[in-house]
Design a protein. Structure first.
Length: 178
C-alpha cells in the first residue's frame, strides 16, 4: 500500500506576517537602489525578492530601526547583485571567446595559439608579468596594481593596450604565415 507523504508545513512562523510587512515597506526603495546598480527591471525584482528572503531567514538586523532594516536589505541586495554580475561577466567572456574562435580558428586553432605565444614572447618582461599575474594567477586589478605600484585604472588601461597590441600582432602573424 502506498502512503502519500505529508506535505511540509509551509505556513510562515508565528509573527512572520509583521516581519514580512515591515520588510515589504522597503521594497520600492530597494528596487530603486538595485536599478541604480545597473539591474534591469526583471533582475531587480528577483534580487529584491532574494534580499527579502535572506532577511526573513537570517535576521541579523535591528527590526526596531527602519534605517537598520534598510541597511541590511541594501547589503543583501548588493551582494546578490555582485554575485549575479560576476556570473554575467563570465558568461559574456565565454561568448566573446566563442566568437573569436568561430572567427579565427576554423580548424583546431593551432595557428592562432602559435601566433599568440610568439606575440607574448616578444613582449617586454614587465608586460609578460602583468599578463601572467592577471590571467595566469587570476589576480584582480587591485591586487595586480599593488604588486606593480599602479592604480586599478592604470592596470585596466595597461591591459586594454596589451590586448589591443596582441590582437594586432596575432593578425599580422597569421596574415604573414609566420
Amino acid at each position: 500500500m502506498i502512503v502519500p507523504r505529508a506535505e511540509p508545513d509551509r505556513s510562515p512562523p508565528q509573527g512572520a506576517g509583521e516581519a514580512v510587512s515591515a520588510l515589504d515597506r522597503h521594497r520600492p526603495a530597494l528596487l530603486r537602489y538595485v536599478r541604480v546598480l545597473g539591474a534591469d527591471a526583471v533582475t531587480a525584482e528577483d534580487l529584491v525578492q532574494e534580499a527579502l528572503v535572506v532577511a526573513l531567514e537570517r535576521g541579523g538586523f535591528d527590526a526596531s530601526s527602519p534605517a537598520g532594516v534598510f541597511a541590511f536589505l541594501r547589503a543583501a541586495a548588493r551582494n546578490r547583485w555582485l554575485h549575479h554580475a560576476r556570473r554575467r561577466v563570465t558568461r559574456r567572456e565565454v561568448e566573446h571567446a566563442d566568437e573569436v574562435w568561430d572567427r579565427h580558428c576554423e580548424d583546431d586553432g593551432d595557428d592562432y595559439l602559435l601566433a599568440l605565444r610568439r606575440c607574448v614572447e616578444a613582449l617586454p618582461e614587465q608586460s609578460r608579468r602583468l599578463l601572467a599575474a592577471t590571467y595566469g594567477d587570476g589576480l584582480g586589478r587591485a591586487d595586480v596594481g599593488r604588486a606593480f605600484g599602479k592604480s586599478e585604472h592604470g592596470i585596466k588601461s595597461a591591459l586594454r593596450r596589451l590586448r589591443a597590441h596582441l590582437h594586432d600582432c596575432i593578425e599580422r602573424r597569421r596574415r604573414s604565415g609566420a
